[in-house]
Write a protein that binds this ligand. Structure first.
Ligand code: C2E
Ligand code: MG
Ligand code: MG
Ligand code: MG
Length: 292
């Protein structure tokens, strides 16, 4: 069952091993050239404030436009890149590009959107990460409070003492930090308090069956209440249906992200989407109806 798998497995191992060896070899060879060939693109998916239905940010999601294979999804190549070290230059490109784009949108009069950037464990534990972040901030001139780094539970739990230290260095630079896919890993509530986090992202697997599974409704309600008591913002991932949004609103969840609003799309399409939505909100005095 996909839902249980999502919750209980270390996704990167299972994902990598599911790929046949020949395809894996072919992809790995091409992956090592992808950066210099300019084959990576960032897609963006909006984050919506549930109370106002305004767009408040976006998550940058990596896509590999491979000439023979078409779009390769991150679930397939990120685990590989983590194993062979390519994630460092690739992740660095993501960081640079997402910050450049966000600063450009800010300069082009889009609302001050916060960009979320996923960090792999290799990047998070790299001793030069803080220096690199400072450099990217300087290069792009971006306001650090417009950047949120997303880390998964397993990344943080690997060495909790070191993680706490690394998080404090990121926070010292003025960046925000989110815990991603919450509920799928250790889900230890005690470290939510210990770590300097801003945001908790509830994993898709808990959102998908809201209104079918009373257990999931209870879990999601508890996660939102607990996160709020610890002073964290809560984002629900994978919101696809109106009834899910209604439930999340009734529980005071702060933000939603999912196909109900938009799939991840290319930068130009995202910008157009935001402008259309803003224009509509100005005319009607309220945000655009959902799904339109
Ligand atoms: P994630 O960070 O949890 O990203 C959310 C995933 O959920 C994305 O998959 C997104 O397309 C998908 N999604 C969004 N809304 C919905 C929805 O309503 N329903 C469903 N079923 N899915 C939805 P994607 O883009 O394939 O990325 C998968 C994972 O790959 C990400 O999970 C993240 O862990 C990783 N990833 C993506 N980009 C990067 C990156 O630049 N660096 C690193 N290190 N990891 C990345
Ligand atoms: Mg994420
Ligand atoms: Mg996630
Ligand atoms: Mg996920």
């Amino acid at each position: 069952h996909a839902k249980e798998q999502g919750r209980n497995c270390h996704r990167f191992f299972s994902e990598t091993m599911r790929i046949p060896a020949a395809r894996r070899f072919s992809i790995e060879t091409k992956l090592s050239k992808a950066l210099e060939r300019g084959e990576f693109v960032l897609f963006y998916q909006p984050r919506i404030d549930i109370a106002s239905l305004r767009v408040v940010g976006m998550e940058a999601l990596l896509r590999w436009q491979q000439p023979d294979e078409g779009f390769v999804m991150p679930g397939e190549f990120i685990p590989m890149a983590e194993e062979n070290g390519l994630i460092l230059p690739i992740g660095d490109w993501v960081l640079q590009e997402a910050c450049r784009q966000t600063a450009a949108w800010h300069a082009a009069d889009l609302p001050p959107l916060v960009v979320s950037i996923n960090l792999s464990t290799v990047q998070f534990r790299h001793r030069l990460l803080a220096d690199r972040l400072a450099q990217v901030l300087a290069d792009t001139g971006i306001d650090p409070s417009l950047i949120e780094l997303e880390l998964t539970e397993s990344v943080l739990m690997e060495d909790t003492k070191l993680s706490a230290f690394l998080l404090s260095r990121i926070k010292d630079l003025g960046l925000k930090v989110a815990i991603d896919d919450f509920g799928t890993g250790y889900s230890s509530f005690s470290y939510l308090k210990r770590f300097a986090l801003n945001t908790l992202k509830i994993d898709t697997s808990f959102v998908s069956d809201l209104n079918k599974d009373p257990g999931d409704e209870a879990i999601v309600s508890a996660m939102i209440a607990l996160a709020h008591q610890l002073g964290l913002q809560v984002v629900a991932e994978g919101v696809e249906e109106t009834h899910q949004l209604d439930f999340l609103r009734s529980r005071g969840c702060d933000e939603a992200q999912g196909y109900l609003f938009s799939r991840p799309v290319a930068a130009a399409d995202f910008e157009q989407w935001v402008r259309d939505r803003e224009r509509c909100a100005q005319f009607t005095g309220r945000p655009r109806a959902i799904g339109t």
